[in-house]
Every structure is written in structure tokens, then in C-alpha cells.
Design a protein around this ligand. Structure first.
Ligand SMILES: [Zn+2]
Length: 246
């Protein structure tokens, strides 16, 4: 027979459930689907978020991650080291390492090319921190950007490259897609004659697990416009990349 105490507890928990209602991720997913949007791991969904959603997402992911830890048979009740791990991981995913999915594109001021620069500019190396979408393991590396501006190009300040790189990389993804999407973003901003990107990165899913090869790095590049057409420009960029080979 239920005591009045246990009845009160059940009622309180039912009330909490009712108040919580639909998980916030369901509501966000509905909005995205309604708008015909996409929510792949490396998509930004900031435009579909409403005030308060991020805090609610942290709570939801914490709850789900607690279940993951339980399923891993880790005693989160008694092991003081893992007691708050679910919440820490939720915050880390949502606000830090996958944060580029949930915040709008950083504001970057573009300057008209008043000096009519039409010489090769190279920026880098810019540090890259990302995660692979297959294992959610870190991808840590460097990226170099080559820009061939024309008179109509917009230029962006040096420090802004790092902000755009960070925003694009703070998502689970694969390196080939990451660099291509970064190229799209930079081309869209600057409208240069040519754009070149080289990314070199350690993939921890190859070092921590799998083949456990500590020395394997993945390097890939994207060449657009003038860098595709003009092989001497391409060679000049590749030869001048500062710090490459270190
Ligand atoms: Zn992986």
C-alpha cells in the first residue's frame, strides 16, 4: 500500500515530468524540419534556437549522458570523479567543442580593397580544433589560407580568420568537408580571384584507438579560382606557407 509520503513523491515527479513536457531537442528538430532545414553534425542550427533553449539543451544532454554512463556500468552515484561528468560533458559539447553548431556566425568587418591589392596574401598557421563525426574524437591541427584579392574583393582583418575558423571547426565533421565549407565561407565573404586552403591535422581516432599510429597526420587542400588556373601561383603559396614542415 502506498504511503502518503510515496504518493506525494510520485505526484511531485509526475508534475516535474509534465512541466518538462517535450524534450527541447524535439521542439528544435520540429522547427528545423518545418523550415526545410538540415541538422547534420556539421550544420549550424543557431537560427532555429529560441532564448533559453541552450540551457534546456544542457539539462537534456546531461540527463541522456547520465544514461550513457549508467549503460557503461560506471557508478556515478558513488564514484566522486564521475559524479558531475554528465553535466560537464553536456556543457563541453554544447558550449565549447561543438559550439559552432549553436552560435551564429561571428561578426566580421569586411574592408573594401582600397589599396587595390592584387598580391598573394598568406594567413596562418591558424590552430584548428575540431572533432571527427565518426568517433567524436579530437582533430587538432593547423590551417593556412592563401588569398588572391582583386579590386572588388573585401578584405577581413587578420584576427578574424581565426574566429571564422573556430566557428566552422567547432563541430563534429570530417576534414574534407570542414575545409571545403571553410573555403565556401571565406569566398563568400571576400569574393577573391583565388582562394587556397591547406589543413594539416592529427586525428585522435587514429592515435587513441584504431591503428594507434601516433605519427599519422592528414593533410588536405582546397584550391579555387586563380590557384586552380595558375600553377605558379599555387607553387608560390605552397612554398611560402609559414611554419609548414615544423
Ligand atoms: Zn574518427
Amino acid at each position: 500500500m502506498a504511503t502518503s509520503k510515496s504518493r506525494a513523491r510520485a505526484a511531485a515527479s509526475g508534475l516535474r515530468k509534465e512541466r518538462a513536457g517535450t524534450p527541447v531537442s524535439d521542439r528544435i528538430r520540429e522547427r528545423i524540419k518545418k523550415a526545410g532545414g538540415r541538422f547534420f553534425a556539421n550544420d549550424n542550427i543557431a537560427q532555429y534556437l529560441e532564448p533559453g533553449d541552450m540551457d534546456a539543451l544542457v539539462d537534456e544532454v546531461e540527463g541522456e549522458f547520465t544514461r550513457v554512463l549508467n549503460a557503461l556500468v560506471i557508478d556515478t552515484d558513488n564514484d566522486h570523479n564521475t559524479h558531475d561528468t554528465a553535466r560537464r560533458v553536456a556543457k563541453m559539447y554544447l558550449r565549447e567543442v561543438f559550439g559552432g553548431r549553436y552560435v551564429p556566425e561571428p561578426r566580421v568587418t569586411e574592408f573594401p580593397n582600397v589599396g587595390r591589392l592584387s598580391e598573394l596574401m598568406i594567413v596562418g598557421p591558424v590552430t584548428v580544433r575540431s572533432a571527427c563525426s565518426h568517433h567524436l574524437c579530437p582533430i587538432i591541427g593547423r590551417i593556412w589560407v592563401g588569398v588572391m584579392p582583386n579590386e572588388g574583393s573585401a578584405l577581413i582583418g587578420l584576427s578574424k580568420y581565426a574566429r571564422l575558423v573556430e566557428w566552422m571547426m567547432n563541430r563534429p565533421q570530417i576534414q574534407e568537408e570542414a575545409i571545403a565549407r571553410l573555403a565556401d565561407l571565406l569566398e563568400d565573404k571576400m569574393q577573391p580571384d583565388g582562394l587556397a586552403l591547406v589543413m594539416e591535422a592529427d586525428h585522435y581516432c587514429m592515435q587513441w584507438r584504431g591503428v594507434k599510429d601516433m605519427d599519422s597526420k592528414m593533410t588536405n587542400s582546397v584550391m579555387r579560382g586563380a590557384f586552380l588556373r595558375n600553377s605558379s601561383l599555387r607553387r608560390e603559396f605552397l612554398a611560402l606557407m609559414p611554419g609548414k614542415g615544423k
